[in-house]
Ligand binder design. Sequence first.
Ligand SMILES: [Fe+2]
Ligand SMILES: [Fe+2]
Length: 162
Amino acid sequence: MDANKSIELLNRAVGDELQAVHQYMYWHFHLDDQGFAPLASLLKRTAIMEMGHVEELAERILFLKGDVRMTVPGPVLTITEPAEILKKAAEMEVNSARDYNQAALECSANLDAVSKQLFESLVADEEAHFDAFDKQLDNIKRFGPNYLALQSFQSGDESGGA
Ligand SMILES: [Fe+2]
Ligand SMILES: [Fe+2]
């Protein structure tokens, strides 16, 4: 196994996850500000899960005697319209799942079964995130913009507080 090869793949994933944490929290703030508490809560919960992914990747990188590259690779998109947010978020999840599937294959070829398994578990999580975003998009299409407006009358407590 070439540890540096795995470390590079893991660090690229760290960047992708940090990007998602920043982007999803930005969307959480705006959705909360617009009064869409349940959707705001979904974005915040997903951001926290992506932070958990950073941690899992970081643990593996340190085990392989590398260091964690804590750099957000790109700017945060300033999209604030709910359907546009969901469309972009779903797209981000599809891209992550695709990249991690590829990374799992590369780790396998590098005889690093543990990193391969980590990437495979991330693929499963990102697919679940995609599904959650896609369901919301679908509901907007089925029930129209009223769907989100009605959500704003639900308990604001679900946003997880400050
Ligand atoms: Fe993730
Ligand atoms: Fe995700």
